[in-house]
Design a protein around this ligand. Structure first.
Ligand SMILES: Cc1cc2nc3c(=O)[nH]c(=O)nc-3n(C[C@H](O)[C@H](O)[C@H](O)COP(=O)(O)O)c2cc1C
Length: 133
């Protein structure tokens, strides 16, 4: 779970779509799941998978010039994934209340940020199921 500063203009949806397209293809192949959100000039990403695969991916992402100041907020072993079925979920952080928004963009621990992103992803999933997406 890391946070970084985006070097992509927020309105540049084409570049952002590119990242997601490549990520979904690669992550599906590598058995990686997780989510990537873009609150306010930042990236926050959770990556789940076999340790060696996650390490290799993080090395690649760290070298990517589309962001900088990548800070790992936490890494921990898991029994079960939170983002099962999502090669790279894209939760929308805009409806978050001020406090939660500040947690994910500035102050939060890895566990706090992961919890909020997981909840947001579940909300997106239920919108899908409800047919309003
Ligand atoms: C914020 C951010 C998150 C990324 N997340 C992933 C990811 O989850 N999976 C992935 O394969 N590439 C991800 N990338 C892209 C990688 O840095 C790299 O460009 C890509 O993996 C190269 O894949 P390719 O060799 O298939 O072109 C991310 C890039 C950025 C800037």
């Amino acid at each position: 779970m890391y946070r970084s500063d985006s070097c992509i203009a927020h309105a540049d949806t084409e570049s952002l779509d590119d990242i997601f397209r490549v990520s979904v293809t690669n992550n599906r192949r590598e058995g990686i799941t997780g989510c990537l959100a873009l609150p306010d000039g930042k990236f926050v990403q959770v990556i789940e998978g076999i340790r060696s695969k996650v390490d290799a991916l993080v090395d690649r992402i760290r070298a990517d010039v589309r962001h900088r100041n990548l800070t790992v907020l936490g890494e921990w072993p898991i029994q079960n994934r939170l983002f099962t079925g999502w090669a790279m979920a894209r939760p929308d952080p805009t409806p978050l209340k001020d406090q939660s928004f500040r947690i994910i963009t500035e102050t939060g621990s890895g566990a706090q940020v992961t919890g909020i992103l997981s909840e947001l992803t579940e909300q997106t999933e239920s919108l899908f199921r409800a047919g309003s997406w």
